[in-house]
Write a protein that binds this ligand. Sequence first.
Ligand SMILES: C[S@@+](CC[C@H](N)C(=O)[O-])C[C@H]1O[C@@H](n2cnc3c(N)ncnc32)[C@H](O)[C@@H]1O
Length: 154
Amino acid sequence: MKKQILDVCCGGRMWWHNKEDARAVYMDNRELECTLCDGRVFRVSPDVIGDFRNIPFPDESFAMVLFDPPHLTHHGEKSWLFKKYGKLSKNWREDLAQGFKECFRVLKTGGTLIFKWSEIDIKLPDILRLTVVQPVILHKKQKTHFVIFLKPDN
Ligand SMILES: C[S@@+](CC[C@H](N)C(=O)[O-])C[C@H]1O[C@@H](n2cnc3c(N)ncnc32)[C@H](O)[C@@H]1O
């Protein structure tokens, strides 16, 4: 089946309706299998190991790109939060700005970028400043924002 969707930070695929969607390529920068504090096994098992700052696909490859990067800066690297969500580096502004650039590069013109952000350590406006593309939809549920972009012609 043709791959139309790229999830650049798939993690444990928790937000997927079908975690084995044949239309998708699941990417993350790590692989992991561990047991969480509640006894559940947690797996990060991407199809492609890659970095959202340098996505290993040609320009205009996908109709939809999903970008749910780490959103936390303060937790320890042994915590369950780290296992589940990873962690932003001190250079998060540069990293996420480059991530947005790369997501739009591999997205087809007219394609959709879905960006998820939990407003715990960093406010959403500080993140939206990192891309020049204006969102179409801003939807908030408690602290979690779903932001939908359309890739413009230029
Ligand atoms: C918030 S979690 C994603 C959760 C995922 N959407 C889900 O439904 O389970 C963020 C993920 O980004 C990954 N990540 C961190 N830095 C990355 C990078 N530079 N490139 C690709 N993935 C990265 C982490 O390993 C982590 O799995």
